[in-house]
Design a protein around this ligand. Structure first.
Ligand SMILES: C[S@@+](CC[C@H](N)C(=O)[O-])C[C@H]1O[C@@H](n2cnc3c(N)ncnc32)[C@H](O)[C@@H]1O
Length: 212
């Protein structure tokens, strides 16, 4: 589920690693401090990690280098192929998505960067409830993604993109399922997670939620 954007990622796979270093002015702020963001997610991870939306494998590589074992899930076949070019057989990247995936025998952290917004809010609720059931107490959800402090902030970000004539970015912000921190906070609370949010740039925040 939430796989309606896969064609975009198949197409983007060959240039994605250029975008994250800021070659596209429209997305420069979104990817500002990209590697630092991935490093922070890695530092917050514990034990065996389940990673969703691995893309070209940049976070996967950092997690493996930090000594974590990783179950990697990515729905785009071309993104999986790019990640294999980078990681060889260090990890088996499996076809799946946030809601349908092979469940590892043991798992302590569930992580994702720049991907959770591909689920609608209804799907996000379903996913968080599922993760709440499969994580033991102390298990963590660590997601870095674009999110907003309020609906008003979301509206303003779209207006800013249009005013800057960043029309591709504006379209993304309007058509993908970016959400608000208050929404995530309330869903996580309902599912027995204690959560904190840290701002990384004008768009991206890291959400760290610990199962109680
Ligand atoms: C912007 S890329 C981020 C890649 C990588 N995590 C990173 O930080 O560079 C988003 C990734 O999420 C994947 N994706 C899209 N829909 C998804 C879904 N429903 N479940 C899991 N991953 C999804 C895309 O195929 C793509 O590889």
């Amino acid at each position: 589920m939430g796989r309606e954007f896969i064609d975009v990622f198949d197409e983007w796979s060959s240039t994605y690693d250029n975008t994250v270093v800021g070659t596209d002015p429209e997305y420069r702020e979104v990817f500002k401090d990209y590697h630092k963001i991935l490093e922070k997610v890695t530092d917050l991870s514990v034990g065996h990690v389940l990673e969703f939306g691995t893309g070209t494998g940049n976070l996967t590589k950092m997690l493996l280098e930090a000594g974590h074992s990783v179950t990697a899930i990515e729905p785009s076949s071309r993104m999986r192929a790019k990640a294999v070019e980078k990681l060889g057989d260090l990890v088996d990247i499996q076809d799946g998505d946030f809601l349908n995936f092979p469940l590892p025998n043991v798992m302590h952290s569930i992580v994702s960067t720049y991907a959770f917004h591909h689920l609608t809010d209804k799907e996000k609720m379903k996913a968080i409830a599922l993760y709440g059931n499969i994580l033991d107490a102390g298990g963590k959800l660590i997601f870095a993604d674009t999110m907003y402090q309020s609906k008003a902030h979301q509206k303003q970000a779209i207006k800013d993109a249009i005013d800057a004539k960043f029309l591709n970015l504006a379209k993304d912000l309007q058509t993908e399922y970016y959400t608000t921190i208050p929404f995530l906070r309330s869903v996580l609370k309902e599912n027995d997670f204690e959560v904190s949010f840290e701002r990384c740039n004008d768009f991206v925040w890291i959400m760290e939620a610990v199962k109680q």
